[in-house]
Design a protein around this ligand. Structure first.
Ligand SMILES: Cc1ncc(C[n+]2csc(CCOP(=O)(O)OP(=O)(O)O)c2C)c(N)n1
Ligand SMILES: [Mg+2]
Length: 301
C-alpha cells in the first residue's frame, strides 16, 4: 500500500485527548497517537510508571479514549499477558492488549516480566518508547542511554554502550520484532498493523527523541528522530518469524556513502555537547561496525 493508501486507512479520530500534561514536543505523546490510530482504538493499554503515566493522568481522569491500567514498574508484561488470557476466556476477540513502556521500564526493571512473556509467547503487543533515560524522574541513565550521553547520573557522559534490546527480544524467537521511530509515522503504523496480525508476542522498539532530556528545542523532535535514522545510528528493521529485513529508509543506507555523518545528529543535542572529536569518531566507528554486522544479517536472510 502506498503512502496515500495508508493515510486513507489511518483513522482521523484522536484517541489521545488534547489538554494532557505532556511537555512541548513530547515524543511519547506522538508515538501514542500513532499507535492508537493504527489500532483504531481497539486496545487495552498497560502502562508502567513513566512519563506516560503522567500524560494519561490520575484516576478517575484519563487523556486516553481506551481502557488503561497503570501498573507497577516491574509487572507490565505479565499483567498484559494475564489480561490477554482473561479476554480469551471471556471469548472477546479483536481487542489488542498493549504494553506501552519506557526504556527504563522495559530494558531495566521490567526486563524479567518481558522475557517471561516473550518466552511463553503471550499474545500481546509490547511497545517500548525509547527516550534513552528515566525522564519522568529527572533524566537518569538507563541501560538504553547511549554511549557518551549526559544524564543527571552520568554528568561526564555515559561510559557504557546502549543495550541492544530488540535483538535480545528477537532471541526469544517470537513471531514479530520491529524497530520504528516517531519521525516516521507511516512506517510505525504499518508495523503496528502487521504486528497485530500475529498471535503471540509482538515487540516494537520505538525511538523517541525527548527535547527535555536530550536538550534540544521542542520543535525539533521529528528532525532529531529523522537524523537518527539518516545517520544510521537508529536502524529501522523488522524480524518476522526469524527473518530479518531492513525497512523504509534504512534499506537505502546499505551503501555507507548514503549515511550522514553521526555528528549531524549528535550536534543538535545538548546531551552530547561535551563530546571530544575522539568520542565522536568512536561513535562513528561503532555505527560503521554495527552496519557491517547488519549486512551479515541481510545476507543470511
Ligand atoms: C519500583 C519503582 N521504582 C522507581 C519508581 C520511580 N519512577 C517512576 S517513573 C520512573 C522513570 C521511568 O523511566 P522510563 O521507563 O524510561 O520512562 P520515561 O519516564 O522516560 O517515560 C521512575 C524511576 C517507581 N515508580 N517504581
Ligand atoms: Mg525513558
Amino acid at each position: 500500500m502506498g503512502m496515500k493508501g495508508i493515510l486513507r486507512v489511518v483513522p482521523k479520530e484522536e484517541y489521545l485527548l488534547p489538554g494532557n500534561p505532556s511537555c512541548p514536543g513530547c515524543p511519547a505523546s506522538l508515538g501514542l497517537r500513532y499507535l492508537l490510530k493504527a489500532l483504531g482504538g481497539k486496545a487495552i493499554l498497560v502502562i508502567p510508571a513513566s512519563c506516560t503515566s503522567i500524560i494519561v493522568g490520575p484516576y478517575p481522569f484519563s487523556s486516553l479514549r481506551v481502557p488503561v491500567l497503570n501498573i507497577a514498574f516491574a509487572a507490565a508484561a505479565s499483567t498484559a499477558a494475564g489480561i490477554s488470557e482473561a479476554l480469551k476466556v471471556k471469548g472477546k476477540e479483536g481487542i489488542q492488549v498493549v504494553v506501552w513502556a519506557g526504556d527504563g521500564g522495559t530494558a531495566d526493571i521490567g526486563l524479567q516480566a518481558l522475557s517471561g512473556a516473550a518466552e511463553r509467547n503471550s499474545d500481546i503487543l509490547y511497545v517500548c518508547y525509547d527516550n534513552e533515560a528515566y525522564m519522568n524522574t529527572g533524566i537518569q541513565r538507563s541501560s538504553l542511554t547511549p554511549y557518551g550521553a549526559w544524564t543527571t547520573t552520568t554528568p561526564k557522559g555515559k561510559v557504557e554502550e546502549k543495550k541492544n534490546l530488540p535483538m535480545i527480544v528477537a532471541e526469544h524467537k517470537v513471531p514479530y520484532v520491529a524497530t520504528a521511530s516517531v519521525g516516521y509515522p507511516i512506517d510505525l503504523i504499518l508495523k503496528v498493523r502487521k504486528a497485530i496480525k500475529y498471535r503471540g508476542f509482538k515487540y516494537i522498539h520505538l525511538h523517541a527523541p525527548c527535547p527535555y532530556g536530550w536538550r534540544f528545542p521542542a520543535n525539533k523532535t521529528v528532525e532529531v528522530a529523522k537524523l537518527a535514522v539518516k545517520t544510521g545510528i537508529w536502524v529501522l528493521y523488522e524480524i518476522e518469524n526469524g527473518k530479518f529485513r531492513l525497512t523504509s529508509l534504512s534499506s537505502s543506507l546499505i551503501d555507507p556513502s548514503k549515511r550522514l555523518p553521526v555528528n549531524k545528529y549528535l550536534k543538535l543535542q545538548g546531551r552530547f555537547k561535551h563530546l571530544s572529536e575522539e568520542d565522536i569518531s568512536r561513535i562513528q566507528e561503532r555505527v560503521n561496525t554495527m552496519w557491517d554486522e547488519l549486512m551479515r544479517l541481510v545476507k543470511e536472510s
